[in-house]
Design a protein around this ligand. Structure first.
Ligand code: ADP
Ligand code: SF4
Length: 678
């Protein structure tokens, strides 16, 4: 198909200092958790992004010196020649597709835990280390600053030798150069502290040093948080953020700007932000510089992208999450296939991977970070040698993914769901406040299935074991999902008496009557308890959220949502009781116990909703497994293991990939030759 001429502007080359990007699609630096230990996996992931059409592809954060060690999280290093050889693989993989390779040189300052290197952290002043340890970062003296400038310079030279085209000076996300900028951290009384000009001095020197070292052939980019969202006490886009850009306007070859006192602000989930949400804070940058500007905002719509360029907000379309959810987004627009873009849903499961210190995961894209270790490609899947008949029962995320991927392999697929609409759990979950984008999981798969003439879809078709046995398929895949449990067993166990009248989230979605004082007991800790509480409070109910954990919806800390969620729940005036186990549901009340002291208390409760976990809906599996069969029987998704939507899709995708092959129990791993362990 031909490209829509409206989108031509997105495919214009853009000069960045001494190098030229082939188009305006710019994959900004983002963590993948593979770190310096897994260079081949990292190279393969970035190579696929370049293959998918991103004109610039950047690495994750890359430490310039052991005083900046983010263990146990995956981060890159450019500390020595081995690192040059390792990272050259990434630069080569990106160049193989004609894209520019960028590297985000990084020093975390008081943000680095140095658990691996065990050297003291450094910061502009003596300040508490920001994360994890009850420790303090050492204040840098002038000798330290000279040494630090040398590390940036040396790392830049190594980056150039490794083949990178764009080298970053990274002054965002509260890291060292930003700590110098922000008066919240910089308490120095010398030429690097006090006035803004003094606080900017180190950043200016770093840009000059980096240009001097590699600027003949590499572009030097500055990544700057123009607003740290701490109000007047910090850098703001109306105040010092603007002044910093004005002072350094023409010095770097590219400005990569964002809103980021912390990473959470820069990668807000869809629950708390819309596409393009950073525009109000970053739009001023282009008015102050002639150098190209890039920013992010979960851009998935080509029309919004064009508008960003035409309205002069930025020169590139910066993307981390949209490029994870669909590495081939640019190619799809270029080929007039924008309807096939697998849009990021803004769920931040990718951020959770980062916060948990594991490699990248994505709800929409099960192949991310599997390019090397399992050899998965987001757009290619091996054809199955025969046209066997497969029946998939259940069209939630797992059933849809199984049907689509088996269909792409060329099998003859029938997908049946008892519901009149496809989507399974997402049909309910996407009606919760802020989660409407989650329906994209269903929409994309349903749309892509409709393009395949070997997949037939039957909504409104309840399947019994007899129906399945009589269907005549050679293979049956059960994707029948899970139900919220009624027994109240949660992460912290269960000791509840008289649950007969308690509702589950499934009952609420099915329209159960809710009246009087509502108590939601959350011992699952992800989005459901908090989101239901928000929904019911907005509908005018008097809601109290009770949890045994120390904070409500505690796992949303992993998705960087917890702070925004708590603010919202406080705004709504919800009651919240933490550290409380549910003991009994009596008439008009619940009895609770403090998790620490055991002290009991009572709370008014006319409607109790328990969200403590889910159990598989595996009745069909047990029925079919118990009798002789003329077909192979399989389970995928929540009916095997109730978990996140990301896990359901991954399970179904892996099943489809490995269907007819020997299952890969241990994926490829990177480690030095065994003799090196001696
Ligand atoms: P997952 O996340 O694993 O995809 P979901 O709960 O989202 O699980 O989806 C399960 C789907 O299976 C639901 O749409 C449900 O209607 C469907 N389903 C369950 N049992 C049957 C059945 N016996 N016949 C047809 N569809 C079924
Ligand atoms: Fe987007 Fe969710 Fe995938 Fe992250 S995990 S890229 S937020 S769809």
């Amino acid at each position: 198909m031909a490209r829509d001429p409206r989108y031509d502007i997105l495919f214009e080359p853009v000069k960045i200092g001494p190098v030229t990007a082939p188009n305006r699609f710019y994959q900004t630096p983002h963590a993948i958790g593979l770190g310096w230990q897994r260079p081949q996996a990292g190279a393969a992931l970035r190579g696929v992004k370049a293959e998918g059409g991103w004109g610039v592809v950047c690495t994750e954060y890359c430490s310039i010196h052991p005083t900046s060690d983010d263990s146990p999280y995956g981060f890159l290093t450019l500390w020595d020649e081995d690192d040059v050889a390792a990272l050259a693989q990434t630069a080569d993989a990106i160049h193989a597709h004609g894209s520019l390779a960028g590297i985000e040189l990084w020093h975390g300052g008081s943000h680095a835990s140095n658990r691996w290197s065990r050297v003291p952290g450094i910061a502009p002043s003596v300040i508490p280390a920001m994360y994890h340890l009850p420790t303090t970062a050492r204040g840098m003296d002038l000798t330290d600053i000279r040494a630090f400038r040398g590390w940036q310079r040396d790392a830049a030279i190594r980056a150039k030798r490794a083949g990178f085209d764009i080298v970053y000076v990274y002054a965002g996300h509260d890291y060292l150069p930003f700590q110098f900028l922000s008066p919240r951290h910089n308490r120095r009384a010398d030429q690097y502290g006090g006035s803004l000009e003094n606080r900017v001095r180190l950043l200016r020197e770093m840009i000059e040093d980096t240009k001097d070292a590699v600027g003949d052939s590499c572009a030097v980019a500055v990544r700057l948080a123009v607003d740290e969202l701490h109000g007047p006490a910090g850098i703001t886009s109306e105040g010092e953020g603007r002044e910093i850009v004005a002072m350094l306007a023409e010095l770097p070859d590219l400005w990569d700007v964002n809103v980021a006192g912390s990473l959470g602000n820069d990668s807000k989930s869809a629950r708390f932000s819309a596409e393009g949400y950073q525009e109000p804070q970053v739009a001023f940058v282009k008015t102050l510089t002639t150098k190209p500007v890039v920013s992010v905002g979960r851009f998935t719509s080509p029309d919004v992208m064009v508008s960003q360029i035409r309205r002069g907000i930025q020169d590139f379309i910066g993307a981390a999450r949209p490029s994870i959810a669909d590495p081939f987004l640019p190619t799809k627009i270029r080929e007039g296939r924008e309807d096939e873009i697998r849009e990021c849903i803004g769920c931040n499961i990718c951020r959770a991977a980062n916060n948990e210190g594991v490699h990248l995961r994505c709800t929409q894209n099960p192949t991310i970070a599997e390019e090397w270790r399992r050899g998965w490609h987001p757009e290619k899947i091996a054809t199955y040698p025969k046209r066997d008949k497969v029946l998939v029962v259940g069209a939630g995320p797992a059933g849809l993914e199984a049907a689509l991927s088996l269909g792409r392999r060329g099998l003859d697929v029938t997908l049946a769901d008892r519901n009149g609409k496809l989507g399974g759990r997402i049909l309910n979950e996407s009606t919760l406040p802020g989660l409407s984008t989650w329906i994209r999981v269903r929409d994309w798969r349903q749309h892509m299935i409709a393009k395949l003439n070997n997949v037939a879809v039957f909504p409104g078709s309840e399947m019994t074991a007899d129906d399945i046995a009589g269907f005549g398929a050679e293979h049956v895949v059960l994707a029948t999902g899970a139900k919220w449990r009624r027994d109240c067993i949660g992460v912290n166990g269960m000791d509840v008496l008289d649950l007969a009248r308690a509702l589950t989230p499934d009952d609420v979605f099915a329209g159960a009557a809710i009246s009087g004082a509502v108590v939601i007991y959350d011992d699952e800790h992800y989005f459901m308890g908090g989101a239901l509480a928000e929904k019911l409070a907005r509908a005018g109910h008097n809601v109290t959220l009770v949890t045994p954990n120390a904070s409500v919806s505690s796992w949303t800390a992993m998705t960087d949502e917890i702070g925004f969620l708590h603010a919202r729940l406080h705004e709504l005036g919800l009651g919240m009781q933490t550290g409380r186990l549910l003991l009994e549901h009596g008439k008009g009340r619940v009895r609770l116990a403090c998790t620490a002291s055991g002290k009991e208390s009572e709370l008014a409760c006319d409607t109790l909703i328990v969200a403590t976990g889910r159990v598989p809906d595996d009745r069909l599996h047990h029925e079919l497994a118990a009798v002789p069969r003329a077909f192979t029987l399989h389970r995928v998704g929540d009916c095997m293991q109730p978990s996140s939507i990301a896990d359901a899709i991954y399970s179904a995708h892996r099943f489809a990939r490995e269907f007819g092959e020997e299952a890969v129990a241990v994926p490829r791993r990177e480690r030095p030759p065994v003799k090196d362990f001696a």
